[in-house]
Design a protein around this ligand. Structure first.
Ligand code: NAI
Length: 698
């Protein structure tokens, strides 16, 4: 695999061939360079066409080689582009389907570009914390103008070839080819071969802007405001400005230096970690990628409440028919009305077209009768969180569902093995733990029971992709990955109140660190009664585990959060603004006095590290127990389900960035605090071992 060479008439055709998207890996680069040399040496060849086999022209760098010495070995992308640009025979890039990143930069090195309509054209490097590094910032403005190019580079979003080709004055595409793009490109190449040289090089094109200083000042301010904690978007502006203000070679040098400097930033490392973590999450160590999968063409959802409705929407959005089953018609009617209301809101916001809404609703049917769901390929249970209710449902499913149907539970706390044991087909039972609102949140924890079959897991991971979720496999334990960790985080938040913090002080510190929401605002949003119910259970199951009583006292006042109009904060009816509550502060002070704690001033640094390292220590246990198979899975759970700041890459990536030795030292300090839980702060054995060996989680 690399690049193919053939001659058609007087045109040499070089076809990138490195599935799935013709990534510009080492072998491909070598073979492309050899192809160019061969074509130059062949007197019968008068022009060269570069194209891509299969589903893409090229998606850019080969992610399999990312960061390895091979990725920069010669011929690197820059030398390859120079080879095309300096080629004495005209080079035509024939792009189609996908032309992104290094793929687009390569095409910009050709003398001419022709495109199939519908080609996705993008420079998406900013999404992994970089700027384009092979001339994209210096050549794209020369063919599309400064403003269009900068928009594309800063957003990283794809634009269709025909849209770009219709822009006045654009020089990106010489021709849009309807029909077979290669045939069209060969004909075009034969035409240009007849023209006298030299053939146009993008590096020689003029670039200008009527009011450059004002424009770049404005762009920089806009981008700074939006980019917040990420340095790359502002660097994109700087690099495009360099294109305008520097000579081409100086601009290239500036781009290269900026690219290399960004590569070393923690934000870039975090984004790359998340990018690869997402891909890695779908791979399960003992489930081969070619595991045969079950067909999922029809889905049933049991329970049309908060979760059931959202879960159903995911499948409707993906074009799969869904039957919802409930105990009473009123519950079904309510569930369907909520789904419709959610879709209507999307139509109002212009995010969904009315005909799409109608098509999705047409895929939804309802029933009170199990016989109507018997033929479903996948059934997801989202009924009350009580083992007795789950038992009834799963025993019935076992009786009625067709053989081979996947039986999934959305339970958030119950034992999936026990649920599977209610059936005579535990191999078909799996947990599918969605997060609320289920139609919005990206995260799906796939809970693997002791007996869950490999093909069931493989099928669920595929269907998760189809409904655009980030699926992470978790073993069975209380709270699975995410909620088991958040319990320790909540415990620490409670201790911080006892020791001297206010809820607002804790939330502010955590939000400054980058979390979408601090623990107390989060509690008010989700409902403080949920944690209360869990703690009541814990007081019986784990009498030695200490919890701050503050959250219980709050619930005893009926302050469950936004839904009761008051929680850790006060709320004005109809609004979501959290207003610090005098009453809650007095409640906390009274409690401190009762337990004899003298309040002290606690720094933001201590707040953040007690909360984040509580996640890390529990996560290390989760890893060691094999509940999660890799550290990046834990990070994906926190990035996609719990609002952990993306620019920090997740709790494990963050701990690594601090150095595990330092993490352990800090935990030891926390353990010495008489008001904290010293036993919890004993570093998990895996963490202690990695720290002692100077290793990291990721
Ligand atoms: P809910 O109370 O809003 O909805 C439950 C629905 O199930 C109700 O409409 C009820 O009529 C129906 N139901 C109860 N027993 C039934 C039966 N035997 N047959 C058919 N329908 C029945 O509850 P919610 O919040 O939707 O939770 C459902 C499940 O999802 C629970 O297991 C919960 O732990 C889990 N979960 C909830 C999350 C949340 O944030 N609410 C998040 C993740 C999981």
């Amino acid at each position: 695999m690399g690049a193919q060479y053939e001659v058609r008439g007087n045109v040499a055709v070089l076809t990138l061939d490195n599935p799935p998207v013709n990534g510009l890996g080492f072998d491909t680069r070598v073979q492309l360079a050899q192809g160019v040399e061969r074509a130059v040496a062949d007197a019968a060849v008068e022009a060269i066409v570069v194209t891509g086999a299969g589903k893409a022209f090229s998606g850019g760098a080969d992610i399999k080689e990312f960061g390895s010495p091979k990725s920069i070995a010669e011929p690197n992308l820059l030398s390859l582009i120079k080879l095309l640009e300096d080629c004495p025979k005209p080079v035509v890039a024939a792009v189609h389907s996908v032309c992104m990143g290094g793929g687009l930069e390569l095409a910009l090195g050709a003398h001419y570009r022709v495109a199939a309509p519908g080609t996705n054209v993008a420079l998406p490097e900013v999404k992994i914390g970089l700027i384009p590094g092979a001339g994209g910032t210096q050549r794209l403005p020369r063919v599309l103008g400064v403003e269009t190019a900068l928009n594309m580079i800063v957003s990283g979003e794809p634009v269709k070839s025909e849209v770009l080709a219709s822009l006045p004055g654009q020089k990106l595409f010489d021709k849009i080819i309807e029909g077979n793009v290669l045939d069209g490109a060969i004909a075009f190449a034969a035409e240009v071969a007849a023209k006298p040289g030299p053939h146009p090089r993008v590096r020689d094109f003029k670039v200008s802007h009527r009011d450059a200083d004002a424009y770049f000042g404005f762009a920089r301010n806009m981008v700074k405001g939006m980019a917040k904690n990420f340095p790359a978007p502002v660097k994109c502006v700087d690099a495009v400005e360099a294109c305008l203000k520097k000579k081409f070679d100086d601009g290239m040098l500036y781009e290269r230096e900026t690219f290399l400097a960004l590569m070393l930033t923690p934000e870039c490392k975090a984004l790359r970690h998340a990018f690869f973590g997402e891909r890695a999450a779908s791979k399960i160590p003992d489930v081969p990628e070619d595991t045969p999968q079950r067909k999922i063409e029809k889905v049933a959802v049991i329970g049309a409440g908060t979760m059931g409705g959202g879960i159903a929407m995911n499948f409707l959005n993906a074009g799969l028919p869904v039957v919802m089953l409930e105990m009473k018609q009123e519950a079904l009617d309510r569930g369907v009305a909520t789904i419709r209301k959610n879709y209507d809101a999307q139509v109002k916001k212009g995010k969904l077209k009315q005909d799409k809404l109608d098509a999705r609703m047409a895929l939804l049917s309802t029933t009170l009768n199990y016989a109507d769901i018997a033929s479903a390929d996948l059934v997801i249970e989202a009924v009350f969180e009580e083992m007795g209710v789950k038992e009834k449902v799963f025993k019935t499913l076992d009786e009625v569902m067709k053989p081979g149907a996947i039986l999934a539970s959305n339970t958030s706390t119950l034992d999936v093995n026990a649920i599977a044991a209610f059936t005579k087909r535990p191999q078909d039972v799996v947990g599918m733990h969605f997060f609320s609102p289920a139609n919005v949140m990206k995260l799906l924890e796939v809970v693997r029971g002791e007996k869950t079959a490999k093909d069931v897991l493989a099928t669920v991971m595929t269907i998760a992709k189809k409904i655009r979720k980030t699926a992470v496999v978790s073993g069975v334990c209380d709270g699975f990955i995410g909620n088991r960790m958040i319990e320790q985080y909540s415990r620490q938040a409670g201790f911080l109140l006892e020791e001297g913090c206010t809820p607002a002080q804790v939330d502010k510190a955590v939000e400054k660190f980058g979390f979408a929401m601090g623990p107390f605002r989060m509690g008010d949003l989700a409902g403080n009664d949920i944690g209360w119910a869990i703690r009541k259970r814990r007081y019986v199951e784990k009498p030695h585990m200490r919890y701050s009583k503050t959250a219980d006292l709050l619930c005893e006042l009926g302050r469950y959060g936004q839904k009761t109009g008051a929680g850790w904060y006060d709320y004005v009816p109809g609004k979501r603004d959290a207003i610090p509550s005098k009453l809650v502060e007095e409640m906390i002070e009274k409690h401190r006095a009762e337990i004899g704690v003298q309040p002290r001033k606690i720094s933001d640094d201590e707040i953040v590290h007690r909360l984040v390292y509580s996640l890390v220590n529990e996560a290390a246990k989760i890893l060691e127990e094999g509940i999660a198979s890799k550290a990046s899975d834990i990070d994906m759970v926190y990035l996609t389900g719990y609002g952990f700041p993306l620019f920090r890459g997740g709790p494990m990536c963050y701990a690594d960035s601090q150095g595990l030795f330092n993490v352990v030292q800090t935990m030891k300090k926390f353990a010495a605090n008489p008001h904290d839980d010293a036993s919890f702060w004993q570093p998990a054995p895996l963490l202690a071992k990695l720290a002692a060996e100077s290793k990291s989680f990721t």
